[in-house]
Design a protein around this ligand. Structure first.
Ligand SMILES: Nc1ncnc2c1ncn2[C@@H]1O[C@H](COP(=O)(O)OP(=O)(O)OP(=O)(O)O)[C@@H](O)[C@H]1O
Length: 268
């Protein structure tokens, strides 16, 4: 289970140097508020989706949950462990599929997975056994002995996901997992995530980010709508539709996520 309370993060965005004598364009670094007040609870045996427009703060939120970025404000708990005060224990309970998907190109898929297993303290035999199991679950057996150099997006995603799951974490964090995947790979991933959240798959706590409404609608038990760095609504898809007074989820999302903009339009 993951609990996020009142998270906040600002970045200092590097500014360009002044050029061509334009005084206003360059100069001082600007502060960007990436996340202002994000809170949510992601339960075990559920898929929770962070849904929001581009730049809403989803990736930054997940990077903070995964311990890759230190928050300026707020608190993150993973299975009751505070990520700030007990990072090693909290991180050991998470499997993270980041946006970079960085794999070692000279290693085979199996070597990538086994190497990651070693980092998590698994012995050689256990690591290979785990690679076999994951290859089965993720339907990637033919890929195991191939170097990852030249892998397609879908093949890279499967390998990166196997790597993230190698220590059998109870909490799985995925940033835009279907990015660049075709319809079949997307379907296969959806099935895997449903399996992982089911009792047969270990009733994992799955948290993912997306800006694709249909994907979230199909995949997620719970949706957290983030806009302008804030949680603006959360609940099941039917509950969010009801709250917005819309039968269509896309309409409900637009109403909830862009309430500020819609109100400003009405006022103008
Ligand atoms: N390292 C950084 N330095 C400066 N600004 C950043 C940094 N990381 C994120 N931001 C800014 O913070 C805001 C939120 O970015 P974030 O990537 O979290 O959004 P997102 O919801 O994941 O967007 P998308 O759907 O486009 O991936 C954006 O305005 C982004 O430009």
């Amino acid at each position: 289970m993951i609990r996020v309370e009142q998270l906040g993060k600002r970045f200092r965005a590097a500014a360009t140097k002044r050029r061509w004598g334009f005084a206003g364009a360059g100069g001082a670094a600007r502060e960007v508020v990436a996340v202002e007040q994000v809170s949510f609870e992601a339960g075990n045996g559920r898929i929770t989706g962070l849904l929001g427009p581009n730049g809403a703060g989803k990736t930054t939120t997940l990077r903070m949950v995964a311990g890759l970025v230190v928050p300026d404000a707020g608190r993150i708990e993973v299975d009751g462990l505070d990520v700030a005060s007990d990072p090693a224990a909290a991180l050991a309970r998470m499997g993270v599929l980041g946006d970079a998907r960085g794999l070692y190109p000279r290693l085979t898929a199996r070597e990538n997975i086994v190497y990651h297993a070693a980092l998590h303290g698994l012995g050689r035999d256990a690591a290979h056994a785990r690679a076999e199991t994951l290859a089965e679950v993720l339907d990637m057996r033919p890929l195991l002995e191939r170097r990852t150099e030249g892998f397609s997006q879908g093949e890279r995603m499967k390998t990166a996901l196997a790597r993230a799951l190698v220590h059998d974490p109870d909490n799985i964090i995925l940033d835009e997992p279907t990015n660049g995947l075709d319809v079949l790979s997307t379907r296969a991933l959806r099935e895997v995530l449903h399996h992982l959240a089911s009792p047969a798959g270990g009733a994992k706590c799955v948290v993912l980010s997306s800006h694709i409404m249909q994907e979230v609608e199909r995949l997620c038990d719970e949706v957290v709508i983030i806009a302008h760095g804030r949680t603006v609504a959360s609940g099941t898809v039917p509950a969010l539709c009801e709250r917005a007074g819309e039968s269509d989820f896309e309409e409900a999302f637009v109403k909830l996520a862009f309430a500020e903009e819609l109100n400003a339009e009405v006022a103008a």
